[in-house]
Design a protein around this ligand. Structure first.
Ligand SMILES: NC(=O)c1ccc[n+]([C@@H]2O[C@H](COP(=O)([O-])OP(=O)(O)OC[C@H]3O[C@@H](n4cnc5c(N)ncnc54)[C@H](O)[C@@H]3O)[C@@H](O)[C@H]2O)c1
Length: 341
């Protein structure tokens, strides 16, 4: 088992990676309430059935304030109080929603996560960002509050649909591209084993990803500066994700390749480095291009940007393993999107 410790002014979080769940569940000091993804409960019924639980419906369309409100009411029915330990169980959707519910219900209860998707284990469950979408726009309502623990049990990934697993690899690749060239080399060498979920490779990949995200979050929990680099590939990725049927990691993979091409257009990345980014994503089985309507993508970015003021802060690669954030005014962004799509 591997451990990564995350400490910020807002709290501390112990991230554990391995095959650990059944023993850890027995060690909980108090009876928790699970807020659990409906499919995870079906797939791992024996493990979670003994606990009190409320169900989080699966699917991005349920990542809403309506779902949050329904969960609050169920917690009232269960007579939970401010000391009740809430455990979000599921992928990024369930932990984003559960973290928001737990950190706002009764002005905040103790909470932790059991992350059950690759994307959740390497990214979504770490860093304390909780929240829901509003009118289809991603993560418009939420907060930053750290869970006290994140358990990443690798054996749970065995029941995940292959397409969902591959989607998680996009965020793994992102860490190599923005932060860690040796990790990128490792991914190039080990992609086949990673796709087969070979335990030692998976353990290394999840632990390294968790450690990189932790490093960044500890330096800038509130995303005033450095943490923005984690959005590499996400500006366009989020705009693509609004297309029905595209998974988060798939949209991010296309977004990363477009961001790499933009980095090349801006003289920051060589053509062969762009090829390397594309090859790595392809080797995982991720899409690297899609038929996109530039106007629609631009309008989606524009609306998504409501969160950040006038300019779009675009994360670009300044060589592999290194980033630069360029504020791009909207009119300029429009012509860039038309060039790229
Ligand atoms: N908070 C953050 O920092 C952050 C970062 C990245 C992404 N996210 C969010 O994460 C979400 C995407 O997360 P995701 O990719 O994990 O998707 P997800 O949570 O929607 O899970 C994907 C699918 O897999 C099912 N599932 C989950 N675990 C399973 C298991 N072990 N076995 C079988 N089925 C399982 C779910 O029911 C769902 O159908 C998005 O809402 C995104 O905005 C948040």
């Amino acid at each position: 088992m591997h451990q990564v410790q995350l400490t910020t002014p807002a709290g501390a979080c112990e991230i554990l990676v391995g095959e650990l769940l059944s023993s850890r569940l027995q060690m909980l000091e108090q009876e928790p309430v699970l807020m659990i993804d409906e499919n995870v409960l079906v797939q791992h019924h024996d493990l979670f059935e003994p606990f009190r639980s409320v169900i989080i419906p699966s699917g991005e369309s349920y990542k809403t304030l309506q779902t949050v409100e329904a969960l609050y009411r169920e917690l009232v029915t269960l007579e939970t109080d401010r000391s009740t330990l809430m455990v979000g169980v599921g992928g990024g959707l369930a932990t984003d929603v559960a973290g928001f519910v737990a950190s706002t219900f009764l002005r905040g209860t103790p909470f932790g996560f059991i992350s059950t998707t690759l994307l959740g284990q390497v990214d979504a469950s770490i860093g304390g960002k909780n929240g829901v979408n509003l009118d289809g726009y991603k993560n418009m309502v939420g907060n930053i509050r750290q869970p006290s623990f994140v358990w990443c049990d690798l054996s749970l990934l065995g029941t995940l649909e292959n397409r969902e697993y591959v989607s998680g690899i996009a965020e793994v690749i992102k860490y190599g591209l923005i932060w860690d060239i040796p990790f990128m080399d490792f991914l190039e060498e080990s992609m086949e084993a990673l796709l087969k979920q070979e335990l030692s490779v998976l353990e290394h990949v999840v632990t390294t990803s968790a450690a990189i995200k932790t490093d960044v979050v500890q330096k800038d929990e509130k995303e005033s500066d450095l943490r923005k680099i984690l959005n590499f590939g996400h500006t366009i990725g989020h705009a693509i994700e609004r297309h029905k049927g595209v998974l988060h990691g798939e949209a991010v993979a296309v977004g990363m390749v477009l961001a790499a091409r933009l980095s090349h257009l801006q003289g920051l990345l060589t053509a062969s480095e762009v090829d390397r980014v594309e090859r790595l994503a392809l080797s995982a089985g991720l899409p690297v291009r899609m038929k996109l309507d530039p106007e629609e993508i631009y309008q989606n970015i524009r609306k998504d940007k409501k969160k950040s003021g006038e300019d779009v802060h675009f994360v670009l690669l300044k060589g592999l393993g290194n980033t630069i954030i360029r504020p791009i005014p909207l009119p300029e962004l429009k012509s860039i999107v038309y060039d790229l799509c």
